[in-house]
Design a protein around this ligand. Structure first.
Ligand code: ADP
Length: 221
């Protein structure tokens, strides 16, 4: 379970101080599907980054299974994140020179515990989970936007995370491809029990989640 307790985040640029999150508290139960919605600039991405441990709050705490993320050493935080959290971004961030399968294998290469053959078969399984086995050898430029996002989701699954944190995963896709990616995320949540947290400004997609948290001006409303 991940919990945000009274989290605030302030950015300071020179003499300008911007309070982006103002005392946000929420709990994400293991295996649930939650949408974080709200207008542009509300602080959704900032909150997701804090939940993912990619950044630390100015005040308040992010707890992963009761552990305060900010208090962990960099190495422990990285290790926990690798084992627990998969992140999916709006712009897939695939490496153009690698095939779909190799892109999926990448996070596993960082994780030195796996041998090459195990990793390849795990990556193949993840590509199967997103319905792209037939495209394993294709480079990103040979895939549509929706397919590239599915590869990015497979890559996030390779470490068998408990939770997928997705920042506007359909934001760069047309409505058909967006719906397909959304169905895939919901299906993964229902069938394999991976928790999903989805940042979206699209109310229609947010309604498909079990729970919606609406952010406005840095607060839960
Ligand atoms: P949302 O995802 O809801 O659109 P964001 O969390 O991306 O909102 O941004 C909220 C506000 O914080 C915006 O005004 C944005 O410009 C500002 N912001 C986000 N990241 C930074 C940063 N690293 N430095 C300064 N300001 C930032």
């Amino acid at each position: 379970m991940i919990e945000a307790r009274n989290v605030s985040k302030t950015y300071t640029m020179g003499s300008v101080t911007l309070q982006v999150l103002k005392g946000v508290s929420l709990r994400i139960e293991t295996g649930s599907c939650m949408a974080i919605t709200g207008p542009s600039g509300a602080g959704k991405s900032t909150l997701l980054h804090l939940l993912a441990g990619l950044d630390t709050p100015t005040r308040g705490e992010i707890l992963w299974d009761g552990l305060n993320v900010a208090a962990l050493s960099d190495a422990k935080r990285a290790d926990f994140r690798r084992r627990t959290i998969g992140v999916v971004f709006q712009f897939y961030h695939l490496l153009p020179e690698l095939s779909a399968l190799e892109n999926v294998m990448l996070p596993g290469l960082v994780d030195g515990h796996r041998n090459g053959r195990d990793l390849r078969s795990a990556a193949t399984e993840c590509l199967g989970q997103v319905g792209l086995l037939a495209r394993a050898r294709h480079r990103p430029r040979e895939l549509s936007g929706g397919e590239q996002q599915r590869v990015a989701i497979a890559r996030a699954l390779i470490t068998r995370p408990k939770l997928l944190l997705c920042d506007e995963p359909t934001g760069n896709l047309d409505s058909t491809a967006g719906s397909e990616v959304m169905s895939l995320l919901l299906g993964l949540n229902r069938q394999s029990g991976v928790g999903v947290v989805l940042v979206t400004h699209q109310a229609k997609l947010a309604e498909l989640a079990d729970r919606i948290i609406a952010l406005q001006d840095g607060k839960v409303v």
